[in-house]
Design a protein around this ligand. Structure first.
Ligand code: CA
Length: 224
């Protein structure tokens, strides 16, 4: 998870940088609106912390420009106290949330967790079923709280199950889907991938379950 900080007050920027790095995030920091916009447009970030009062281009205009360019990355605005007009302008410009300075580390991290959970919901290249979401560009499987990366075959298998959720898919059609008709997969491989996927669904605490119908195949279903 990569976060961009756009903040001209060095003391705050460095403090936030340290908090985020300690929490395990990868972090880049820039100190004015022009660099901020450049970095945001790279599309490399999962979340952006954006100050409002910035040299060169202010945070509201940075955000408006980024949204106009199609950037959907979640943005948390950093605002000084008693600037409710800024908060309204920020939300109107497409901010997802705001934090009033000074804020503490716990609040900052909680807001970041809330916003990054929605990452998949904003992507155009997603497949959704029940409480899970699959992202094509990254092979990431997202649950409500956690995400995990899938291998290519796992991705293909789960995507097929998600598109056909609730239906039993025959072993032969799953094998043909994954390995084609030419390759000769070991028959057990399918079961191995199913078992990997079950573990990963469990890890992200999803309620979706892959059920087995003996002698026939598998289905993705909603657990209780
Ligand atoms: Ca500032």
């Amino acid at each position: 998870m990569r976060i961009l900080i756009v903040e001209d007050e060095k003391r705050i920027a460095e403090g936030v940088n340290k908090i985020l790095k300690n929490a395990g995030y990868e972090v880049d920091t820039v100190y004015d609106g022009l660099d901020g916009l450049d970095y945001i447009l790279s599309g490399l970030y999962d979340l952006i912390l954006l100050d409002i009062m910035l040299p060169k281009i202010n945070g509201i205009d940075v955000l408006k420009n980024a949204r106009a360019e199609g950037i959907t990355t979640p943005v948390i605005m950093l605002t000084a106290k008693f600037q409710s007009e800024d908060i309204i302008n920020g939300l109107d410009a497409g901010a997802d949330d705001y934090l009033t300075k000074p804020f503490d580390a716990g609040e900052l991290l909680a807001r970041i967790r809330t916003r990054t959970r929605k990452t998949c919901a904003l992507k155009a290249d997603k497949t959704e079923a029940y409480d899970i979401c699959l992202e094509k560009s990254t092979y990431k499987l997202h649950g409500k709280e956690k995400s995990i990366k899938l291998a290519k075959k796992e991705y293909q298998l789960l995507e097929y199950l998600m598109i056909n959720k609730g239906k039993i898919l025959q072993r032969d059609s799953l094998i043909a889907k994954l390995w084609g008709f030419d390759e000769e997969p070991e028959y057990n491989n399918l079961d191995v991938y199913i078992s990997f996927l079950r573990k990963k669904l469990k890890y992200i605490e999803s309620k979706a379950r892959i059920t087995t119908t003996k002698g026939i195949g598998y289905a993705l279903e909603q657990g209780e």
